[in-house]
Write a new protein. Structure first.
Length: 272
């Protein structure tokens, strides 16, 4: 009986390894529409969110899926890690820049790369770094502004809520990006965050029988705030996934069910 068991393992394990590798190499774009009563614009705003790229090369097919559909690209941290060639990072930024203006928040693994090297690449590719800072995404004339806030990595102790919120009007529609979802615990209802985007956990990356070091990524609701914890695009330690597929996100924000607006909206990149 033991020999049959060992033979079955020898047959099944290579197939499982191939399956896990394919799950890690997916170029999936999950599409979501989130409706917010306080969203101030008549037209929708579409975000392309990608986190935890790590060692992966962004596949051209992923760019083609979202090109012309997003107003803003947001990198949710861990763009790279130790040992990743700067040329690969540069090429990934170049490809993302084809979609729309790019915004970046720092992740823990990004600190494994010399900061000056990353800053040089950000400048070269016109990447907007949100390091405990905010940026105003202006609407049409007469419309209230939408604010995009980004905090530095929480696990490194560099995040500052006060700095990120500085100068942001209390009643503004706010989107906050933090690589580490734990930062959510520092927020209160009074902060008025409508959308929280994060990654870091990889959804557990390898989940056996639905159990992993972290829960699988997805959407959560905290009061009036919608929160996304993404499985991420890349991997750490081993280039394998199980029960937590690689993913990116195309998220459209709107104030109500405006089917006609969504159909007619031209999502060409904006000069934010």
């Amino acid at each position: 009986m033991m020999w049959y068991f060992l033979l079955a393992c020898l047959i099944l394990l290579p197939g499982l390894a191939v399956f896990m590798w394919r799950e890690a190499q997916r170029n999936e774009v999950k599409t979501d529409r989130r409706v917010f009563p306080d969203y101030p614009w008549e037209r929708p705003l579409t975000l392309f969110f990608i986190s935890d790229i790590h060692r992966r090369v962004i596949h051209p097919s992923l760019i083609e899926k979202v090109k012309g559909k997003a107003d803003v690209v947001i990198i949710g941290g861990d763009l790279a890690e130790k040992g990743v060639p700067l040329s690969r990072v540069s090429n990934n930024l170049k490809r993302l820049r084809q979609i729309a203006p790019v915004f970046f928040v720092w992740g823990n693994n990004d600190y494994e790369i010399p900061e000056a090297d990353l800053e040089r690449l950000f400048k070269e590719h016109s990447v907007h770094v949100l390091r405990n800072a905010s940026v105003c995404l202006p609407g049409s004339e007469g419309e209230s502004a939408v604010y995009l806030l980004g905090v530095d990595d929480f696990s490194k102790g560099h995040s500052s809520k006060a700095a990120a919120f500085q100068g942001v009007p209390a009643q503004a529609f706010k989107i906050l990006v933090s690589h580490n979802p734990v930062f959510q615990r520092k927020l209160t209802a009074a902060d008025g965050i409508s959308l929280f985007l994060s990654g870091h956990t990889h959804g557990g990356q390898i989940r056996l029988f639905g159990i992993g070091p972290y829960k699988e990524g997805g959407w959560e609701k905290h009061g009036d705030m919608d929160m996304l914890i993404s499985n991420g695009y890349g991997t750490s330690a081993v280039p394998l996934r199980l029960g937590a597929k690689a993913e990116t996100h195309l998220i459209t924000l709107t104030g109500e069910e405006r089917a006609s607006s969504l159909k007619s909206h031209n999502n060409s990149p904006s000069a934010f």
